[in-house]
Structures are given as structure tokens and as C-alpha cells.
Design a protein around this ligand. Structure first.
Ligand SMILES: C[S@@+](CC[C@H](N)C(=O)[O-])C[C@H]1O[C@@H](n2cnc3c(N)ncnc32)[C@H](O)[C@@H]1O
Length: 313
């Protein structure tokens, strides 16, 4: 579960769509030059969506009693204090392997981002179904059944399922602060090549920068390439951290910059201890003697463009 820009809650009714308060951000952080000020009301959300502490407490009420207990982490690169990932994990079967892939992509290619605007310069109007197809999202895992949603005047979210696998994508296409996230979990890691899947996602957005986190819980024998360093086409790795998690999991985090752009920063640690609603930086060299996490008990009592044919929407 990542939350760089918050998450959309959806149900079967369009009118019930709700935008969650982005976790760990002030509203100002999310309004570069007032760009999305007109949506300011959307960030004033009711509890428990105001901060991570409340969300974890809420989730623990439902899932904290499972065998694994509730496990919450905040992950981020100290060089990018405005970008943090908030992870919550709980399962009744901690011995079964569960692999999660999460990608945060920024500075999307403008042409690819333009797919997620409802109305193009030539007046063509797109719906979510068309965005799913034109962007290539439908080709990431073609077997997935997708429930997609388009925002006015731009923006896109989808949830998808296939068997035990679940996937979600959120796209903010506005130039200057464009962002897309991808998450999939429950896949059989033996059936998918990790690098291929990442490259399929990248082709939809061609970001200038992205980070990818693979979290492996349960048995690690079947995860094959998923537990390895990623070699992404046309990108240079600027940061890599492999971190054992307290609940027996393994996290592999890497961030990348497009090779045709100047690389920024030096490798740094990414795992932060979560204290209240702020994350504390880990060591600067990427090593931690003791993995940092937010103990569940501590929070229990706290409350390709538009040339393609028009589709039927
Ligand atoms: C896909 S939504 C939510 C994205 C998600 N929170 C994420 O993880 O990034 C964000 C996009 O929808 C647009 N949008 C339109 N109406 C919105 C609303 N009421 N709340 C949030 N975003 C809205 C934003 O301008 C932006 O491009």
C-alpha cells in the first residue's frame, strides 16, 4: 500500500468516490504553484484518513488479531523527504509466500501523461476504459479484470483482480507534478518475470524517475528473480537497499533515474522508523543494525498518444 499522493477509495457507485488525505504530507506539499488548489476540499477527509497513525489503529481493529499481527512501516529516501511509502501488512498465514511489488513514478513522459486528460487539444473526449487501453495498462497483466475510473478534468485510478492477485494504479498526469503509482500483490512469482513486469509498467508512463519496492513475506524459495536487483532498461539505479523486516519479511528497494538525464544524489538509506506521524531517518550508509518499524502494539490503543481509434465508453 503506497501513499505518495494519497489513495482513492472507490465503490460501485461513482458518486461515493472519496479521496483520502495524502499520508505524511501537508496540503501545501501537494499544490505546486497552486496547481491543484481547486481540489483542496478533497484533502479535508474524515478520520481515519487524516494520518498514518489513525489508519494503522483503524486497520489493527480489523486485522491486528491475525497471526502475523499488524505490521506498519514508513519507507522513503532521506534525499526526498516529500516521498514516503506507508506499508501495512497482516495475514493469518504468515508462512505462505506473499510478494508485493510497488512502483512510484514521477515526471511522466508528457505524451503518455496526455492520455489521462479527458479532453485533448483536438476536442476528443476519453473515458477510463479508453485510457486503460491507450496507455497500455490493459497489457501489463492482460488476464486482469479491471475496474477503472477517470477524473475530471484529468487523472485516473483503477483496481484489478485475477484469482488471488490484486493490482491498483493511480495517475496524476498534470505537468510539473506528474505521478503514477503501480501496486500488485498475490501473484505467483514463479509465473511472472519481475523485470518484464516492471518494464511493462514503465512503458505506460516513461517516467524520468521511479522507485520500486518488492516486499516478500513467507517462504522465499519460490520468489526467484523477485528478490534480486532489478536491471531496468534505459534507467540507472541511484539507490538500493535490502532490508530484513521484523516480521520475517524482506524488502528490496531501488530507485532509478532515466539515463538520458543527469543523475541526482548519492545512494542513501531508505527505511525509516515511524514515530507518531513523522518518519525518522535511518543511517546514511544504507545499513541498519536493527530494522526499524512501527510496532503494532504501540498503536493499538491510538485511536501512445491519441492516434488510436476511439473506443466505446
Ligand atoms: C488519480 S487521483 C488520485 C491519485 C492517488 N491518490 C495517488 O496515489 O496518486 C489524482 C488525479 O486526479 C485529479 N483529480 C480530479 N478530481 C479530483 C479529486 N476530487 N480528488 C483528487 N484528485 C482529483 C488530480 O488532479 C490528479 O490528476
Amino acid at each position: 500500500m503506497e501513499s505518495k499522493g494519497g489513495k482513492k477509495k472507490s465503490s460501485s457507485s461513482r458518486s461515493s468516490l472519496m479521496y483520502e488525505a495524502p499520508l505524511g504530507y501537508s496540503i501545501e506539499d501537494l499544490r505546486p504553484a497552486g496547481g491543484i488548489k481547486k481540489f483542496s476540499a478533497a484533502y479535508s477527509n474524515p478520520s481515519p484518513y487524516k494520518n498514518f497513525a489513525d489508519e494503522v489503529a483503524f486497520l489493527n481493529r480489523y486485522f491486528g488479531g491475525l497471526k502475523s499481527g499488524g505490521n506498519a512501516y514508513v519507507i522513503g529516501d532521506p534525499a526526498k523527504p516529500g516521498q514516503k511509502w506507508h506499508i501495512y501488512y497482516a495475514t493469518e498465514h504468515p508462512e505462505e509466500p506473499v510478494v508485493t511489488l510497488e512502483m512510484c513514478m514521477t515526471r511522466l513522459d508528457k505524451k503518455k501523461a496526455s492520455v489521462f486528460f479527458k479532453t485533448s487539444a483536438d476536442g476528443h473526449t476519453s473515458c477510463a476504459k479508453e485510457m486503460t487501453k491507450l496507455s497500455g495498462i490493459s497489457d501489463i497483466i492482460p488476464e486482469m479484470e479491471i475496474c477503472d475510473f477517470d477524473f475530471e478534468p484529468c487523472g485516473y485510478s483503477m483496481n484489478a483482480i485475477h484469482g488471488h492477485a490484486f493490482s491498483t494504479i493511480h495517475v496524476t498526469p498534470e505537468d510539473g507534478f506528474s505521478y503514477a503509482s503501480y501496486e500488485v500483490m498475490g501473484l505467483n512469482p514463479s509465473s511472472f518475470a519481475y523485470g518484464d513486469l516492471v518494464n511493462r509498467v514503465l512503458r505506460c508512463f516513461s517516467p524520468s524517475e521511479f522507485s520500486v519496492a518488492v516486499t516478500i513475506f513467507g517462504g522465499r524459495d519460490d520468489v526467484k528473480t523477485w528478490g534480486k536487483m532489478l536491471d531496468a532498461e534505459a534507467y540507472a539505479c541511484s539507490n538500493m537497499v535490502e532490508q530484513e523486516l521484523p516480521s520475517g519479511g524482506l524488502l528490496i528497494y531501488q530507485s532509478f533515474t532515466a539515463t538520458d538525464e543527469a543523475a541526482t544524489g548519492s545512494p542513501r538509506s531508505v527505511l525509516h522508523g515511524f514515530v507518531g506521524d513523522r518518519a525518522e531517518n535511518g543511517s546514511e550508509n544504507g545499513e541498519h543494525d536493527a530494522p526499524l518499524c512501527w510496532e503494532a502494539d504501540a498503536v493499538h490503543d491510538e485511536t501512445e498518444g491519441r492516434e488510436a481509434k476511439k473506443m466505446k465508453c
